[in-house]
Design a protein around this ligand. Structure first.
Ligand code: ZN
Length: 117
């Protein structure tokens, strides 16, 4: 048994593509695309939208409602450590003998996660 969803894009049924043409003779229509859902137990965003354009059309139309589901009223923070270490590196400098490698002291900045447990 297969599961399907209709694309939720509000303009999906207005896009002029062969994949949306349905009906016969003089009674043809452009129809919202049907999307096959392979793993209903693991919902994927593209189980509900046939493409990114339909997804973004939906988001533009319903962004206020979507954000209301889980509003962010404060910034989130992730504790980190910023580690700066000096190391020997080389770069090419133009000299009287053309481009020559020259050593210099470089600084590498690394963001390391902190174990909160
Ligand atoms: Zn669509």
């Amino acid at each position: 048994m297969s599961n399907y969803n209709w694309c939720h894009g509000p303009e999906c049924h207005t896009q002029e593509t062969q994949s949306r043409v349905r009906g016969s003779g003089e009674n043809k229509v452009l129809r919202t695309r049907r999307i096959r859902v392979y793993k209903p137990e693991e919902p994927h965003i593209y189980d509900f939208f046939c493409n990114q354009s339909c997804l973004m059309d939906f988001m533009r139309e319903h962004i206020t409602s979507v954000i209301a589901i889980a509003p962010r009223r404060e910034a989130l923070e992730t504790p980190i450590k910023v580690v700066k270490e000096k190391y020997e590196s080389q770069r090419y400098r133009y000299t009287d003998n053309g481009y020559q490698p020259q050593s210099y002291q470089a600084t590498r900045t690394t963001i390391k996660s902190v174990d909160n447990a």
